[in-house]
Every structure is written in structure tokens, then in C-alpha cells.
Design a protein around this ligand. Structure first.
Ligand SMILES: *Cc1c(COP(=O)(O)O)cnc(C)c1O
Length: 369
């Protein structure tokens, strides 16, 4: 069993993917070829955002977004400590300081009610993470940001396709950033990412920053990066696009099935296994299907023995990482600390079969006996 089954996905899409790749090889425009703009138009239309700017990775999307917003030395960016390192990394790379605000115990997303107390005159942005494919409390975060005149950058690397009050993740705030890393809900066959915004000036800045700050060829009006997404990777995403809605439905169905199975199992209930909560008015894409499991190590080893892969997202929160602890107090985020001790992600992808999912659930129940 695969944790994320990309081989089955390729088998289902081989015709489209091979054709799309061959077309790029034939026209030879490997950088900024026609597929780049085609993908940007498709994704902008899907999310409802005025602009989609593809970039080299999800990390690059976050970096370019903060650069477009002018985040720099001495600035502070409020974010979640319970995330992949890239979220905090880009802040530090720009000379700014990540200010970690603790998470909600049931969703593992940033706790919006704690954010305002962390705003200082140096705060330049709020950067929530839509963890495991579910958006954070964006309405509350946007309201706080508006009161303080701050932009909100959504790290939607795990949540492309998710809904929040009927709107798409990446189109919920000033800028939304996503990743096309192969195992994300919408993946390419290498690195890729995109940022989304309704703001014309920010979109223009991002387009310039991704090509070394050029406003025209060899006119460098600002400092940028080499941050383009290459044509072949855009072609792969385009080839997968026709199946994406079906994949989201499969993910939703499998997520619901996991949740029901856990709720219906007296053994799992007794062992304290419970899924991450999905709030009303939000539709998760289950970038990960994650449960809280007090006996995590026992379960993980029992599943491993049956050939069932699991993962921990994440074992060490950012405020405990050597590179990111900074001046942050070590005990500032106790809820994130607790989550790091108990979260366990189960196999999840659109091509996970119900039979394999049943094996996962049976193995979990056995381990809790
Ligand atoms: C994957 C991920 C990123 C980074 O995306 P890459 O495309 O790998 O650079 C950033 N933030 C979160 C929350 C992620 O899961």
C-alpha cells in the first residue's frame, strides 16, 4: 500500500500526460512556454482569483508573496508553529521574524482568537496555514488584519481545491499560495507552485520578482529570484486537471469513510483515537487524513508491520526547531506541542481503494485491542 498512490494516478492519466509532455518537447519552449499561461488561466478561473502567477515551488510562492508585500529586515510575520518548515523559512530568509501563535486543539490550524495579542508595530503580515487541506478561520483572521491594515497570506500548499464558505482556498485573502509538489492534492512531476491574488499591483510585482525583478528584458526594477515554474511541469498539471474534480470527490468520500469508521469503532473510541475536526462551512481536500492517537507509536509500528505506511505531520513544531526558535519562548505554543506528540496521518489519495482503506482501519482496531 502506498501512502500517496501516484502510480495509479499516472496509469489512469497516461494518455493525457504523455501527450501533453510530448507537445512541450515538440514546441521546445521549456521556459515560459504556452502551457504556463494556459495553466494560470485555468487555475485563476477555478479559484475565482483575478491573477494566478505560477512559480518554482510552494516555498517560492510564499517567498515571492512576502517579497511582493515588501516584508524585510526587522518585520514580523504572524504564523502557525504547526506546519512544514517552508512557512517560517521564507520569513527568516527575508530577515524578518516569524511570530508563532498557538493552534486550535481540534483543527490544528492557527488559533485566530490569539492572534491580535501578538500584533506589534513591526507586524507586516498574517500567514495562516490551511493544514491537512482545511482552511483556518479566515473570516476572523481577515477581520483582525483589516482592523490593523495588514495583508493575509494563506499557505494553501495542502489545500488547493478546499472550500471555505463556498469560496476556494487560495482566494480567501490578500494572497493565497499553493504547491504542486507531487504528493499535494494537485501535483506535478517535480517542483511547482502558484500564488493567487485579486490585487493587480501585487500580481505585477510577483510576475517581476519570479524573473529576477525584471519589468522588461534586462530591466531590473527590483531584486527578484529565479522562480519560474517550467513549462513541462505546467503541462503535467494541465494533463491532470480533467481528473481533479473527481479526485476531490474521492478524497472527500474516503475522508468521510475514515471519520465514520473511527466514530463507529468502540475500540478506537476507547483508545482515544479521534480525527482532526472539520468545521462546518469548510470542505477539506484531505491533503492529509490525520488523527490524534495517544498511543501513536504503538499504532504506527503495528501498521508498519502490516505494510501500511503512516506519517507524522509534524513531529517537532517550528518553535522547537533549532533554526526557528529565535527569541520565541519555548513554552509559547503548548497546544502545538501536544499535537506534535499525538498526530498520525493515514494513507490518503484519490486512488486509495476502499479495500485498502478497510485494511488500514482493521489494522488500527487490532492495534488498539
Ligand atoms: C509542501 C508545503 C510547502 C512547500 O511547498 P513546496 O512546493 O514543497 O516548496 C509549504 N507549506 C506547507 C504547509 C506545505 O505542506
Amino acid at each position: 500500500m502506498q501512502f500517496t498512490d501516484l502510480k495509479a494516478q499516472y496509469a489512469a492519466l497516461k494518455g493525457e500526460i504523455d501527450t501533453r509532455i510530448q507537445r512541450v518537447l515538440d514546441h521546445g519552449q521549456y521556459i515560459m512556454g504556452p502551457e504556463v499561461q494556459e495553466l494560470e488561466q485555468v487555475l485563476a478561473a477555478y479559484t475565482g482569483a483575478r491573477h494566478c502567477v505560477t512559480v518554482a515551488s510552494g516555498t517560492e510562492a510564499l517567498l515571492v508573496s512576502l517579497m511582493a508585500l515588501g516584508v524585510g529586515p526587522g518585520d514580523e510575520v504572524i504564523t502557525s508553529p504547526f506546519t512544514f518548515a517552508a512557512t517560517a523559512e521564507v520569513v527568516v530568509l527575508l530577515g524578518a521574524k516569524p511570530v508563532f501563535v498557538d493552534i486550535e486543539p481540534d483543527t490544528c490550524n492557527i488559533n485566530a482568537s490569539l492572534v491580535e495579542a501578538h500584533i506589534t508595530p513591526r507586524t507586516r503580515a498574517i500567514m495562516p496555514v490551511s493544514l491537512y487541506g482545511q482552511c483556518a478561520d479566515m473570516a476572523a483572521l481577515n477581520a483582525i488584519a483589516a482592523r490593523h491594515g495588514l495583508p493575509v497570506v494563506e499557505d494553501a500548499a495542502q489545500s488547493f481545491g478546499a472550500l471555505y464558505r463556498g469560496r476556494r482556498s487560495t482566494h480567501l485573502s490578500t494572497i493565497g499560495c499553493t504547491s504542486f509538489f507531487p504528493s499535494k492534492p494537485l501535483g506535478c512531476y517535480g517542483d511547482g507552485g502558484a500564488l493567487f491574488t485579486d490585487d493587480d499591483a501585487l500580481a505585477q510585482a510577483a510576475r517581476e520578482i519570479r524573473v529576477h525583478g525584471q519589468s522588461a528584458r534586462y530591466r531590473h526594477t527590483r531584486v527578484g529570484v529565479g522562480g519560474r515554474m517550467d513549462t513541462l511541469q505546467c503541462a503535467v498539471v494541465l494533463a491532470k486537471w480533467g481528473r481533479f474534480e473527481w479526485e476531490l470527490q474521492r478524497r472527500a468520500a474516503l475522508g468521510e469513510r475514515y471519520t465514520q469508521a473511527i466514530a463507529n469503532s468502540a475500540r478506537l473510541q476507547r483508545a482515544g483515537v479521534r480525527p482532526v475536526t472539520i468545521r462546518p462551512e469548510r470542505r477539506s481536500v484531505f491533503g492529509q487524513y490525520t488523527v490524534f492517537a495517544p498511543q501513536r507509536q504503538v499504532l504506527q509500528e503495528a501498521l508498519q508491520a502490516q505494510g501500511i505506511p503512516t506519517a507524522i505531520h509534524y513531529p517537532i513544531p517550528m518553535h522547537r526547531q533549532l533554526a526557528y526558535a529565535l527569541e520565541c519562548c519555548p513554552d509559547c505554543c503548548p497546544v502545538a506541542d501536544e499535537a506534535a506528540r499525538t498526530v498520525l496521518s493515514l494513507p490518503m489519495s484519490a486512488d486509495l481503494s476502499q479495500a485498502d482503506q478497510d485494511r488500514v482501519i482493521a489494522a488500527l482496531e487490532q492495534a488498539c485491542a
